[in-house]
Design a protein around this ligand. Structure first.
Ligand SMILES: *Cc1c(COP(=O)(O)O)cnc(C)c1O
Length: 948
């Protein structure tokens, strides 16, 4: 039991204390949190409170404990794992995270609590780090343009496939894939190909290309067997036949081996895991995708580009956003939204810290150990199957493979069992001569002094990582200051509330974060023997049980590594269910017009036809239109995807009717669970009509956003869909269905964050968090309504956990836009709310339960002051094209300029509410011209002179 005198964790997680809550309720005009819930939620879905103060399944959670005890319990789970020396390879390699990067990035809230850089003026630090990532990938692969980032290697392969398919204008539907791909990559490719009608032909491409027409070819370098093949001839033949070629390439190997771009390949993909990011039982790690510049507009995912600000200085922002799901919806290049930004930053900084010489030295050492292994095996008469390899040696041991694997295991080393006659052994950054000797001993061999007589693999002649970003930060002092300097440019949760609607930027408590760097989680290989990993498996099982109880569903998969991937997995489950019931033709997915862009993009990827359902003027789904669309598509209806509470920030009262109407027509209901922070402990989608939901552990359940990832997007289903949850070719315990991620349990190493949160909050704490989040949103709605009308409310005038402020009438009357307000908030020291989603010309505010009343009040004060500024523009006192809003944000440089010709003072620009209002944030750049950057696309580090 926790000490009664110690404050419970919930009281630290939830910002407003009892007095503050009482004040908020007073302003809202209700007398209790429960009265608020009763007014906001439909009575039919609101579940009664249990005697233990918990409700809605929360009694399934154990009694909460404080930080120290929760950490002690987790430590016991961690210690039941065995951290063996991993020489399994197969896409996951042990690596050394330089301590300066672990401490200053992974353990630094300035980096891990940031959001996706949609407000580029206050995100220049992480945008620069991501530009370094893109430059690193482009340099190493020899291609012109790289994104930042993909979710893992296998999904990056799938995105390479769809990129090539789009580039071929969809005229052909066959893809040729080499046999020597990692099994998880091949499996995810197969998953993603099927609904798109892409036929995969798998063949040993060292024997040449098969007959027939195809749009693309995918090979791996090195192959899963370790084999290094010169694919240049194959690339030339494929091009002659009009096909594009994608190469799955290991970035460390590319410091030595001729890169894909130089053998003519069109696309490269892979993972950056071994650049300092722990294996973590499968993730998270940043996948990468690089291509020729001519394919820039076909690229999936986020792309950072260089543009200029209002003073003409270089500035970074996200480029070509019109490709992405939030704008193009079902026509987008991908459904990816949350990516792997934090891990991309680590990988980029790993490259900066080591530089080209350091990375090459690591690669040579790794290769040297592999050669030593091959030499020892050869000397002992063991056949080494491929003479050309980088880090992985494939040995033929007829009938003895299992015995060799077991002998290595006895020596504390995991190697890879390929089949009864073969094992492979992968070397990595942590491999030592002792490891090599121990593995040789497992074969009954021993180290020799002669070199392996295989070919010299060091065929790369081109330079890479020559930009100062990769030469300047080689000392720890320089790297520490570089990271500090970048972080100081940004607003993350360590400086201000981030009231981003739909994103749930709540506290990511330090005690929740601590376990993720424990080696007992970090150094687990996802394909390690199950006997090595009982602790993390137990943690996974706990989470599955708790999340099922919270959502009211029967089964949960933690494999999807972002919300978008959970959506995709959920829709595949629905499609599989219809198919098995003899209704494979059901392919229509109804999606309300207010939905998040990922919904439509995921439906398209699942092979579904998107039919948009309109909304009523009050923001609710238009029931008449819904019924009409259901009738129109009756026998083809597959599913409705609906977000609850809606993206309009209200609990629609018709939700049960809506779900029933879909079920009556034979459809399934997908409840987008991104807004679960408004439901936990009050209502459960699995009980009020949902068949399947995804959750965003990086929203509701405290995994930090990391500047745009990592995330975890579990998919939860009712019993009839359980057998269609994602499977995995290397995890027998999972359902026998196709995988959606490279690793069986996705981004497993960050699951301890959510485990800690649930363990420390307990049922009653979680329920209170939800209620306070709703109270905070309603409080802000009341306080700001007079200045910025709240667009939508529910039946009793209540909003859910977020509210939309309508600026359109203000813009019409004064010319001041949402952009102006968002940028001006930076001058006040705040991060802007969500801009123009889901309604163009509005701001969506989500305060969460973690912000104190003082912070909520400060935000309201800033917004009200901005409204007064707008009025001065409206009245003509300030010209529409020269006022503190239009000129925001203001940099220190623009304020110290000798001349100041604006109709407002420098003080009004920088300290609109005085010097004591809150700590000043100095945006490093002025308003950025995004369109200029899209017209003049630059997506790698600009020369240093550009900043002169
Ligand atoms: C965030 C969000 C998603 C997508 O989740 P990702 O993890 O970013 O892929 C989907 N729907 C809604 C309503 C969201 O807010």
């Amino acid at each position: 039991m926790s000490d009664q005198t110690q404050p419970q964790f919930a009281a630290r997680h939830i910002g407003p204390d009892a007095d503050a809550v009482a004040h908020m309720l007073d302003v809202i005009g209700v007398s209790s949190l429960d009265e608020l819930a009763a007014k906001a939620l439909p009575a039919r879905i609101l579940e009664p409170l249990g005697t233990d103060g918990a409700a809605a399944g929360l009694d399934a959670l154990p009694e909460p404990v404080d930080e120290a005890q929760a950490l002690a319990e987790l430590r016991a789970l961690a210690e039941s794992n065995t951290v063996a020396v991993s020489m399994i390879g197969q896409g996951y390699f042990d690596t050394i995270t330089p301590a300066v990067l672990r401490r200053n990035i992974l353990e630094n809230p300035a980096w891990y609590t940031a959001y996706t850089p949609y407000q580029p003026e206050i995100s220049q630090g992480r945008l620069e780090a991501l530009l370094n990532f893109q430059t690193m990938v482009a340099d190493l692969t020899g291609l012109e343009i790289a994104n930042a980032s993909m979710l893992d290697e296998a999904t990056a392969a799938a995105e390479a496939m769809t990129l090539m398919h789009r580039a071929a204008k969809g005229k052909l539907n066959r893809l040729v894939v080499d046999t020597d791909l990692y099994p998880q990559t091949a499996a995810v490719l197969a998953t993603r190909a099927r609904p798109l009608g892409i036929e995969i032909v798998t063949a040993d491409l060292t024997a040449g290309l098969p007959d027939g027409e195809f749009f693309g070819v995918i090979v791996q370098l090195p192959g899963a067997s370790g084999r290094l093949v010169d694919w240049s001839e194959l690339v030339a033949r494929a091009h002659e036949r009009g096909a594009l070629v994608a190469v799955g390439a290991d970035l460390l190997a590319l410091t030595l081996v001729t890169p894909p771009g130089e053998i003519g390949a069109d696309v490269a993909f892979g993972t950056t895991q071994r650049f300092g990011v722990p294996m973590g039982f499968g993730g998270p790690h940043a996948g990468y995708l690089a291509a020729h510049a001519r394919h820039a507009r076909q690229l999936p995912g986020r792309l950072v580009g260089v543009s200029k600000d209002a003073d003409g200085s270089p500035a970074y922002r996200l480029a070509l956003q019109t490709r992405e799901q939030h704008i193009r919806r079902d026509k987008a290049t991908s459904n990816i939204c949350t990516a792997q930004v934090l891990l991309a930053v680590v990988a980029a900084m790993y490259a900066s810290y080591h530089g080209a010489e350091g990375l090459t030295a690591i690669a040579r050492r790794v290769h040297g150990h592999a050669r030593a292994l091959a030499a020892g095996l050869t000397a002992a008469g063991v056949e080494v199957v491929h003479r050309s390899f980088f880090d992985t040696v494939l040995a033929r041991v007829p009938g003895r493979a299992e015995a060799v694997r077991a002998a290595a295991k006895q020596r504390g080393i995991n190697i890879w069992l390929v089949d009864a006659d073969h094992v492979s052994v992968a070397c990595d950054e942590v491999t030592t001569a002792e490891h090599v000797a121990a593995v040789l001993a497992a074969f009954g061999a021993e180290p020799v002094t002669t070199d392996f007589d295989g070919p010299d693999i060091a065929t790369r002649t081109s330079a890479f990582l020559t930009h100062p970003a990769f030469t300047r930060y080689r000392t720890e002092t320089a790297m520490m200051r570089y990271l500090r300097g970048l972080a100081d440019k940004d607003i993350a949760l360590d400086r201000s509330m981030i009231p981003l609607g739909s994103c749930t930027m709540k506290l990511n408590a330090a005690a929740e974060m601590e376990p993720i760097t424990w080696p007992e989680f970090g150094r687990l290989h996802p394909f390690a023997p199950a006997s090595d990993t009982p602790g993390i498996r137990r943690l996974i099982a706990d989470l599955q049980n708790w999340l099922a109880a919270i959502t009211g569903y029967d089964a949960v998969s933690l494999q999807p590594n972002a919300g978008s991937q959970g959506e995709y997995a959920g829709l595949l489950a629905i499609q599989a269910y219809h198919a098995e019931r003899g209704e494979p033709h059901r392919d229509v997915c109804l999606i309300p017009s207010s939905a998040h862009g990922t919904n439509a993009a995921s439906a398209a990827l699942a092979g579904m036809r998107v039919v948009v359902v309109g909304c009523r003027p009050n923001g609710d789904v238009d029931l008449d239109d819904l019924r009409a669309k259901i009738a129109e598509h009756a026998d083809r209806l597959s599913a409705l995807m609906i977000t609850y509470p809606s993206t309009h920030g209200v609990y629609e009262h018709d939700i049960t009717e809506i779900c029933a109407a879909v079920h009556d027509a034979g459809g399934q209901v997908y409840v987008d669970g991104a807004n679960l922070n408004a439901l936990v402990g009050l209502a459960r989608p699995g009980r009020f009509g949902g068949d399947v939901s995804h959750l965003n552990l990086h929203k509701t359940f405290c995994i930090p956003h990391g500047g745009g990832g990592p995330g975890v997007g579990p998919v939860a289903v009712r019993a009839h869909l359980a057998k269609y949850l994602p499977g995995h070719p290397l995890a027998e315990e999972l359902p026998d269905s196709p995988p959606v991620s490279a690793a069986p349990y996705g981004s497993a190493s960050i699951l301890p964050i959510t485990w800690m949160y649930l363990r420390m909050m307990g049922g009653a704490g979680l329920r209170r968090a939800t209620l306070v989040a709703i109270a905070a949103a309603n409080y802000i709605a009341r306080r700001l309504d007079e200045s910025f009308p709240v667009l939508y409310t529910g039946e009793n005038g209540m909003v859910a956990h977020e509210c939309i402020l309508d600026l359109r009438p203000i813009t019409k009357a004064t010319g001041v836009t949402v952009d102006d307000v968002a940028k001006r908030l930076a001058d006040y020291g705040f991060h802007a709310p969500t801009m123009s989603f889901p309604v163009s010309g509005t701001l969506m505010v989500e305060p969460t339960e973690s912000e104190s009343l003082a912070e909520l009040d400060a935000f309201c004060e800033a917004m009200i002051a901005i409204r007064r500024e707008i009025d001065r523009v409206g009245s003509g006192e300030w010209p529409a094209d020269d006022n503190p809003l239009r000129n925001a944000p203001h940099t220190a440089e623009c304020l110290v300029a000798a001349e100041w010709n604006h109709p407002y003072t420098r003080e009004e620009a920088a300290y609109p509410l005085g010097k004591d209002f809150r700590p000043k944030v100095w945006p490093p750049v002025r308003r950025i011209d995004g369109a200029y950057g899209d017209r003049n696309l630059v997506c790698s580090c600009p020369p240093v002179e550009a900043f002169a």
